[in-house]
Write a protein that binds this ligand. Structure first.
Ligand code: K1U
Ligand code: ZN
Length: 173
């Protein structure tokens, strides 16, 4: 089990556009397992590889309600194929912006495609938390954070707060 440090706002790596994965190699399998370990430890319902500093198009998710029954998902090169016109608001958080939650409106339902760890192409429909989470994680692959969906005032405020905390940390606490 390997838990990797999570990259926090205002780290510029969070703004990178991640690179597509060319093939499911042993290195990608190790990355996916480390991401699941890190996500469950946090705990979170999703994680994008860039959140542990790896700019590859890999995400992990587990939106199951029962903590005892895990349903880990690993999505390689995920893409949204279709989004509903109807929107839904959900109070989102982000492991890279700890302890900050705000409601974000996104399409209520989506269809997405990805490559799984066996190299197979999978298409899936989602609603509820899974739809919200897959959109949040694909945003990460494109350097977009959930605070980008908020007003400039709210975004500037939270970025300033995390910049201040990072400066304090760099100065030794
Ligand atoms: O990508 C991330 O930063 C993970 C993030 C995913 C997410 C949460 C909520 C809506 C959309 C996407 C998180 O997992 S934040 C933590 C969280 O939501 C949670 C933690 C423990 C139990 C249940 C939820
Ligand atoms: Zn996030």
């Amino acid at each position: 089990m390997t838990i990797r440090p999570i990259v926090l706002l205002p780290d510029r790596r969070l703004r990178l556009v991640s690179e597509p994965v060319a093939a499911v190699t042993p290195e990608i399998r190790v990355l996916a397992q480390d991401m699941l370990d890190t996500m469950y430890d946090a705990p979170g319902v999703g994680l994008a590889a860039i959140q542990i500093g790896v700019a590859k198009r890999v995400i992990t998710m587990d939106v199951s309600k029962d903590e005892k029954e895990r349903h880990p998902m690993v999505l390689i090169n995920p893409e949204i194929l279709w989004s509903s016109e109807e929107k839904r608001g959900y109070e989102e958080g982000c492991l890279s912006i700890p302890e900050y939650y705000e409601e974000v409106e996104r399409p209520d339902r989506v269809r997405f495609r990805y490559t799984d760890l066996d190299g197979r192409t999978v298409e899936q429909d989602a609603d509820g938390l899974l739809a919200t989470c897959v959109q949040h994680e694909i945003d990460h692959l494109n350097g977009v954070l959930f605070i980008d969906h908020l007003s400039k005032l709210k975004r500037d405020r939270v970025v300033a707060k995390f910049k201040k905390a990072a400066k304090r940390e760099a100065a030794g606490g």
